[in-house]
Design a protein around this ligand. Sequence first.
Ligand code: M6R
Length: 370
Amino acid sequence: EKGGWDSFMDKEIHEEPAAVQRTLFGRLDDEGSINLDEVRIDEHDFKAIDKIIVIGCGTASYAGMVAKYAIEHWVRIPVEVELAHEFRYRDPILTPRTLVVAISQSGETMDTLMALRHAREQGSKVLAICNTQGASIPREADAVLYTHAGPEVAVASTKAFVAQITAAYILGLYLAQLKGTVFRDEIHQTLDSLKAMPQKIQWVLDTQPPRVARAAEHLADANSFLFLGRHVGYPVALEGALKLKEIAYTFTEGFAAGELKHGPIALVDEGEPVVFIVPPARGRNILHSKVISGIEEVKARGAFIIAVAEEGDKDVERYADIIFWRPQCPTLMSPLVDVVPLQLLAMDMAKQKGYDVDKPRNLAKSVTVE
Ligand code: M6R
């Protein structure tokens, strides 16, 4: 069943180009317009939506955080992202014009299911982004957008994450199309960028594993790691940190890079591995220079810098000890490629330490108790 791979995790990471491709497939008509035929919410109700709350747990919640940046930018309505178990028990403000988006790979996560029920009881519509046909969450939702990543067996979620981001982006572009908040041309351009991503993920899988393996070998004995990113790189940092906790049992923390000087920099000592997600430098991206100055600060304190950065980024070359390259792509698309070397890093480190990467201790694939 592993199709020649060492582990399901390895296999599933390598299925990411196909997961994105299949999630996109069939959603664009001949004119390039987005249609969501599995969605059974009236177009009128959709148009009236004035707030989105994305709920999920673990990796699914980080996919939701990525989606917030894109959907707010395109649709110009507020998007909140909340862990399903926190959302459910804090009396959230829900109206019939609130769309709750429940993201779940398994579709059976009890925390997310209870939150979905609560939202529907309060009169909000729920759209599920789910990878498992006919699971409880899509069954109870008002609408479903399936991710077609194929079955995910390894406990650590990998291909589901990129498929969830893809699906959430389709939803965002659909809403933008409906509400007229983005010009048609721009929607088409964004869709073209999205369609180019499977190839870019493939490029990472074809070229970066030797670099990742060297990093894993060098860092296998590290006691802790910090992961830092800004904008969409922030949830990617959180996801990279989660992967390493889950399967390599390494103590990690993910932070928004802007927080460094507000506390976390106190943790940085000689040799501390710090992973930075560096946004593209093109277009004089202000965030790029801000992340670079964060790198300079921790480098000055002796940190060991691992960077995920755009091919040819000279600033990064100057400071980083190890670089995982990303091919050029728009900032909003970068999480789809940036997460890949971080998943591989966690997997390689776990293997170095002799752990079972598919079945980490204390964890279940789907958490069906609250
Ligand atoms: O099946 P779900 O997407 O609802 O699962 C949510 C989390 O339990 C899940 O993402 C978990 O954090 C994974 N082990 C992450 O690798």
